[in-house]
Design a protein around this ligand. Structure first.
Ligand code: NDP
Length: 448
């Protein structure tokens, strides 16, 4: 790093968080985005803004004991990282997956700070979850786990404090179980304390579709403003087949694209006629089955084991929507060779830093996760607004607001990429736009 200030912050993080590779990766990306502007902001060093920015306000780690269906006691580890609340209460999802650890939680919470800063809504950043694996668990086991998790989590959350939502392994069912226990323990119907709720008790229309729709609205802007084209007639590959992947695929199809392939953690299906989304929804949304079965149900399609090979299918637009670091250098090379013009990060941090650089150097427009998938948290904020106003907007009203927010985010990010003297580098633009706003709020609030 050219700037001695950025270098010294990097050295501190390198020493302190060496054993937290995912968090490390996020911090390096941010510092790199500030290179061209840091000299114009001596106040950052004076007020220790970056040193404070890369250290979470707190990380809570806790025991989650629960009883399985055989009567055996199981113990998992729970997390809530409250990273930064300079512009609003902490906000970020809960992830239940065996891979969850403190590094992933810190990395995702840090990314939430920057993502929420882009939404134009007053939200800070946090993240939480557990190494609990919901796969193969009965509904009773899920409920007992969620209740135990909520007993500790409730001490740390609230509509003005910290507002969790869903993420991998946490849908409106789990949010419902957590909210039920939260309400019982706090004796309050504080609907704005959790988002992603079922419609029957304060959920918002469009929340289910929001992240996927938002990814397409953002990508539409990229295609129009930077590539003078649209989704119409384009071949698209989407990894994953969960909430984000499904609604990205549905909206992309509505905008005229053909979805060639989708995946789950076992492998991917390729359908040269365009993926039949009703079959995917039956398999993955309405029942919890494996994507492999698609190839048995749809003639002409094939299943291949190994989820990473999905990126060897040539496409115009690539939208990874499964998990972190699923695209490394070999996958990026395949994407470039396949003639891709734009890659939108639907999942959080789906590309390694090396893969992102390679794609950008080859002229692929890379839309960063914190901008492209901000539709989910933006609609969560719209859910909180409706809860506070005690009213519900129609699907069209929420969708229209979401569309407007995603267009604004694109403009903000693109403008910031120009300020950073890297026009069109949306990764740098997103980091800078958000950091400028949050650092300003931090300076105004003094050294806290
Ligand atoms: P889901 O749990 O609904 O779906 C996740 C999908 O990714 C599934 O198809 C799953 O396959 C696959 N997957 C999970 N882990 C792996 C892995 N290690 N390797 C390969 N495939 C894997 O999650 P979401 O769709 O909600 O989230 C997907 C991504 O989007 C995550 O990165 C999440 O953080 C991010 N995101 C989600 C938001 C939301 O609103 N839901 C908002 C913003 C970001 P399988 O079924 O086999 O497990």
């Amino acid at each position: 790093m050219r700037s001695p200030y950025l270098q010294s912050v990097f050295n501190t993080i390198d020493k302190r968080s060496h054993e937290q590779p995912e968090f490390h990766q996020s911090v390096i990306e941010l510092l790199g985005s500030l290179e061209n502007v840091v000299d114009q902001h001596p106040e950052w060093e004076h007020y220790g803004v970056l040193e404070r920015f890369v250290e979470p306000d707190r990380s809570v780690v806790f025991r989650v004991p629960w009883v399985d269906d055989k009567g055996k006691v199981q113990v998992n580890r729970g997390y809530r990282v409250q990273f930064n609340n300079a512009i609003g209460p902490y906000k970020g999802g809960l992830r239940f997956h065996p891979s969850v650890n403190l590094s992933i939680m810190k990395c995702l919470a840090f990314e939430m700070v920057l993502k929420n800063g882009l939404t134009t809504l007053p939200l800070g950043g946090g993240k939480g979850g557990s190494n609990f694996d919901p796969k193969g668990k009965s509904e009773d086991e899920i409920m007992r786990f969620c209740h135990s998790f909520a007993i500790e989590l409730q001490r740390h959350i609230g509509g003005h404090i910290d507002i969790p939502a869903g993420d991998i392994g946490v849908s409106s069912r789990e949010i419902g179980f957590i909210y039920g226990m939260f309400k019982r323990l706090t004796r309050e119907f504080d609907a704005a304390a959790l988002t992603g709720k079922h419609l029957s008790y304060g959920g918002s229309l469009v929340r289910t579709e929001a992240t996927g729709y938002g990814i397409c609205y953002f990508t539409e802007e990229v295609l129009r403003e930077m590539k003078k084209t649209s989704f119409d007639g384009k071949n698209v590959v989407i990894s994953g087949s969960g909430n984000v992947a499904i609604y990205t695929a549905l909206k992309a199809q509505e905008l005229g694209a053909k979805i060639l392939a989708m995946s789950d953690s076992n492998g991917f299906v390729y359908d040269p006629n365009g993926i039949n989304m009703e079959v995917i929804r039956d398999l993955k949304e309405r029942s919890r089955r494996r994507i492999k079965e698609y190839a048995d149900l749809v003639p002409g399609s094939t299943f291949t084991e190994g989820f990473r090979d999905i990126w060897s299918i040539p496409c115009d637009i690539a939208i990874p929507c499964a998990t972190q670091n699923e695209i490394d250098v070999p996958q990026a090379q395949k994407i470039i060779e396949g003639g891709c013009i734009a890659l939108s990060q639907g999942a959080n941090m789906p590309c390694t830093l090396a893969a992102s650089h390679l794609l950008q150097d080859a002229g692929v427009v890379v839309s960063p996760d914190k901008a492209a998938n901000a539709g989910g948290v933006s609609t969560s904020a719209l859910e909180m607004t409706q809860n506070s106003m005690r009213l519900s907007w129609t699907f069209e009203e929420v969708d229209q607001r979401l569309h407007g927010i995603m267009k604004n985010i694109f403009k903000e990010v693109y403008d910031a990429s120009e300020i950073a003297k890297q026009p069109g580098n949306l990764i740098t633009g997103a980091n800078l736009a958000s950091f400028l706003k949050i650092s300003d709020a931090m300076i105004h609030q003094g050294i806290v």
